[in-house]
Design a protein around this ligand. Structure first.
Ligand code: URA
Length: 446
């Protein structure tokens, strides 16, 4: 009898585990167009409610991963690794981390995403770097490289930073767009299959995951985040890869800069061996673990030492300069980012309204304020403004005096600047005693 998608939807709706054949036929039919969006959406909603076993999740992941091209790096003489973050506010870690890891001898073929909702995306940040383009016709840093160009670049310099192509995991490209508009993103099996299918299709031997936790993250509580981290680590390991997931805080923004070009400025500070302690700590530890999983160091501490050295001795910055140059950006951004990157025409301070300590800074509120300012997007086809965002001079736990500027807003217009001043003011609590915060490092799953 021919496959009947409606029966599979009904079986999942009623709480049954789906067979391998059903899952594979469903994904194949969705990709070839014989299963319409409405049936895929119905199955996604049934999965949100009923969940999937670890076996079903592994089959879904495999079916999605095999829906398009699979990259292969076996011809390289070095190991390959990548890192993925579930997304947060001010999370620019991938930008300094990828060149640092490449400078330590592990190739990083990184396929990243764009910002959506209150979280920023690596591609939008990189595309804020202006420059001649790869063909000299302008356009700045390019993230849509043809796959053969990407593969040749990774072989030559050990690093490539691109976006998902039409031929890598087409099943996820279509399914994620549907989930976004049918309220079916929040499901651990669907998130695991979506994220890992893309990362595994990339063909890397090892993967470090940064699962953000808190009001500014997908996963609001450590308990939810551990479930997601364990599901991703087990599914990645079942697919034969080395995977570690760290749980890190996203109750406040990471680092000091929020916004596309502004986050490139902070990334370059980190690549110069400076920058805020929390961002550097994440680059060093996540990068150190990538080196450990790739087998180039015996333990995490040695990996951290190697990554820290690459930031302090300029070798990570040199690798970043190389990737900016070959992908069409202006490499002088590494010497004087403020002079090269786009600048917002209106820059205004946010003043403390009283003496005290910044007891809380709500990451979600800061992220939404950045989107409102134009730094992020609400829909996948929205344009982002590369220049706007925030510089946070004070972070939670630090003291302020009345009238002191604790942040600056970089805006396109005076009206949007005034709105953002209000939004930022409302995102913090200034009190006489410090507040409670999540530790930066909450947990790790191997
Ligand atoms: N990011 C993805 O790529 N997929 C999800 O399902 C959630 C976040």
């Amino acid at each position: 009898m021919s496959f009947r998608p409606v029966l599979t939807i009904a079986r999942k709706r009623d709480g049954y585990a789906l067979s391998e054949g059903e899952i594979r036929e469903f994904i194949a039919g969705f990709v070839d167009g014989s299963i319409p969006d409405y049936q895929m959406s119905a199955l996604a909603m049934a999965i949100v409610w009923r969940g999937m076993t670890a076996e079903e999740t592994a089959i879904l992941l495999d079916a999605m991963m095999n829906s398009g091209d699979l990259l292969d790096w076996s011809h390289l003489t070095c190991a390959t690794a990548d890192k993925h973050s579930t997304g947060g506010v001010g999370d620019k870690v991938s930008i300094p981390l990828a060149p640092a890891v490449a400078a330590c001898g592990v190739a990083v073929p990184m396929i990243s995403g764009r910002g959506l909702g209150h979280t920023g995306g690596t591609l939008d940040k990189l595309q804020s770097i202006p420059g001649p383009g790869r063909d000299g016709r302008g356009g700045g840093f390019e993230v849509d490289l043809p796959l053969p160009v990407f593969q040749a670049q990774v072989a030559a310099i050990g690093l490539g930073l691109i976006g998902q192509t039409a031929t890598i995991v087409p099943a996820d490209k279509r399914l994620y767009a549907l989930r976004d508009v049918t309220s079916t993103v929040e499901s651990i099996p669907l998130i695991v299959a979506s994220i890992l299918s893309k990362k595994l299709a990339e063909g890397v031997g090892s993967l470090v995951l940064d699962v953000k936790v808190g009001p500014g993250a997908f996963m609001k509580t450590p308990e939810q985040a551990v479930l997601l981290a364990e599901a991703m680590v087990r599914a990645g390991q079942a697919a034969g890869r080395k995977v570690t997931a760290f749980l890190t805080a996203m109750d406040r923004p990471l680092g000091t800069h929020v916004g596309n070009a502004l986050e490139i400025i902070e990334s370059i500070e980190i690549l110069r061996g400076a920058g805020p302690a929390d961002t550097r700590s994440e680059v060093v530890r996540l990068g150190g673990e990538m080196l450990r999983l790739a087998g180039v160091v015996p333990d995490l501490q040695s990996g951290e030492t190697r990554i820290a050295r690459s930031l302090d001795d300029g070798s990570a910055l040199a690798r970043f300069r190389q990737v900016v140059q070959v992908q069409g950006g202006d490499p002088r951004v590494c010497d004087d980012p403020q002079a090269i990157l786009p600048k917002a025409p209106v820059i205004v301070p946010v003043l403390a309204e009283k003496d005290g300590v910044i007891a809380q800074m709500d990451a979600l509120a800061v992220g939404l304020a950045a989107v409102r300012l134009g730094a992020g997007r609400n829909r996948t086809d929205d344009a982002v403004d590369p220049a706007v965002g925030f510089v946070l001079h004070k972070k939670p736990g630090e003291s302020v005096v009345c009238g002191e500027p604790w942040a600056h807003v970089h805006a396109r217009t005076a009206a949007s600047a005034a709105q953002a001043q209000n939004d930022l003011r409302a995102s913090v609590v200034i009190s006489q005693t410090d507040g409670q915060r999540l530790p930066l490092w909450l947990d790790v799953v191997y």
